[in-house]
Design a protein around this ligand. Structure first.
Ligand code: NAD
Length: 424
């Protein structure tokens, strides 16, 4: 366990060295946006003072990453579950003040910002209270359990002018960023479809030390706290689809069911949806919990090529021809010579080509660290990155509209009030 933690720390450290090099940082457009403002520090001190609220599985990962970001002090931690409260104290070597109640933490500490990694239904009120207390906020995805709460968070972010960054780490991932540049340069032509999926073979159930903790620990399985696969997994991939298509969907339809896990879960164990965009493009999405063979991917398909950022590949539609001898072998294997009609075929048998595409970009595989670097930088400068919040907002709205479509068996149009215009 201790060894694992050390390895993880070494890995994060190594990544942070690569990631803090000037060349690397300048390749990330969000960070680049403040290039002229390096050194201007509107935070309370030279160092950024942060509190972390919710130090469970994800909160712990964010904390470990933040400990490797320059000029950050984690001065307070908060968790209302005793084992995680104690663990948070240990993780910060007792240097952070610990709280069970975030309101006390907001009252007592002089913070520049907070990082929120509580279950979904606890995001909105903690975010809104923190923004109103004058703090910058990093809140894990998805934004909130209800559409109204997402909107209230957006409105408070706007009214206070404080940063509200939502935890979509792919926005800071060098492979995704490079892929997007290549799309903008026309390498895969016009995107006509994004096909995305996230398949797992597990039920999300965590062991519970005593029955009254069931809902606290297994919050993902209950509708009151979670929209299941939509908010937990689809939110990341809808963000990617919207980002690459560079549009907000106009409508969504879908179907969800409980087909496999019979253990009292309330949220769907599989979902399938179609998101339409106004130019005829779609995002076709599905998520499963009973088969992991295909894993996860966003297949971004254009008329000139395809991008699969999760596996770091780009493929051209102009596939290099297989060598003649290979074609001959394939044709013999397929019995082509027996069936080609005299006078020429109206069809040409496909020839198997072992075409694995190309790598998109070098992969410094810690986008979570990079998004923490990004958040700290924004806090130092004292203002949000243009259009970054918009990504999280549209993803959060989109997955909840998708849930509505499945729950009510209807085609749901995207209401105007849930569209944020692009900042220029
Ligand atoms: N970006 C990603 O890749 C990613 C990955 C995993 C989880 N997440 C997100 O992170 C969030 C947390 O997920 P998790 O798996 O860490 O959950 P978790 O259950 O492991 O941890 C949540 C923690 O929050 C604490 N908590 C609950 N209510 C609180 C309150 N009012 N005040 C203080 N602490 C409170 C709980 O006691 C627990 O320790 C979710 O929104 C999830 O979607 C994001």
């Amino acid at each position: 366990m201790e060894n694992n933690r050390k390895n993880r720390r070494d890995f994060i450290k190594e990544m942070s060295l690569i990631a803090s090099s000037t060349a690397f940082l300048s390749s990330i457009p969000w960070l680049n946006a403040f290039a002229g403002e390096n050194g201007k520090n509107v935070a309370a001190s030279d160092r950024v003072r942060l509190g972390i609220i919710g130090v469970g599985s994800r909160g712990r990962a964010l904390l470990l990453n933040l400990q490797e970001v320059n000029n950050v002090d984690i001065v307070a931690v908060c968790d209302n579950y005793e084992p995680n409260y104690q663990r948070a104290i240990k993780l910060t070597n007792g240097k952070a003040n610990a709280y069970y109640d975030y309101r006390k933490m907001l009252d007592k500490e002089k913070l520049d910002g907070v990082v929120i990694a509580t279950p979904l239904h606890e995001h909105a009120h903690i975010t809104i209270d923190s923004l109103n207390a004058g703090l910058h906020v990093f809140c894990e995805k998805s934004m909130a359990r209800t559409l109204e709460d997402c909107k209230r968070m957006a409105d408070t972010h706007k009214a206070t002018g404080k940063i509200l960054q939502i935890g979509h780490q792919r926005l800071f991932n060098p492979v995704y960023l490079n892929a997007l540049e290549r799309v903008k340069a026309g390498e895969i032509g016009q995107i006509t479809q994004v096909r995305a999926y996230w398949h797992r073979n597990n039920d999300w159930r965590r062991p519970v030390p005593s029955p009254e903790l069931e809902r606290k620990i297994n919050w993902r399985l209950y509708k009151e706290y979670s929209a299941g696969l939509m908010t937990e997994l689809a939110s990341h991939q809808l963000q990617v689809a919207n980002w690459f298509i560079d549009k907000v969907p106009t409508r969504v339809m879908g179907s969800g069911s409980n087909s496999y896990w019979k253990h009292g879960r309330e949220v769907y164990d599989q979902v399938a949806l179609v998101y339409d965009y106004d130019n005829g493009t779609r995002c076709i999405y599905d998520s499963l919990t009973s088969n992991k063979h295909y894993g996860l991917e966003e297949q971004i398909m254009g008329d000139k090529g395809t991008i699969e950022p999760e596996v770091n590949r780009i493929y051209s539609e102009s596939i290099p021809k297989a060598p003649g001898i290979r074609q001959l072998v394939n044709n013999i294997e397929k019995g082509v010579f027996d069936v080609i009609p005299i006078g020429g075929a109206s069809w040409v048998p496909e020839t198997a080509v072992e075409y694995k595409g190309e790598m998109i970009a070098e992969y410094a595989n810690n986008d979570t660290f990079l998004q923490m670097v990004g958040f700290v930088k924004a806090v130092k400068v004292g203002k949000p990155y243009k259009n970054l919040f918009r990504e999280g907002f549209h993803s959060s709205i989109g997955v909840l509209l998708g849930l509505q479509a499945m729950d009510n068996n209807e085609i749901v149009s995207w209401p105007e009030k849930y569209i944020l215009e692009k900042e220029v």
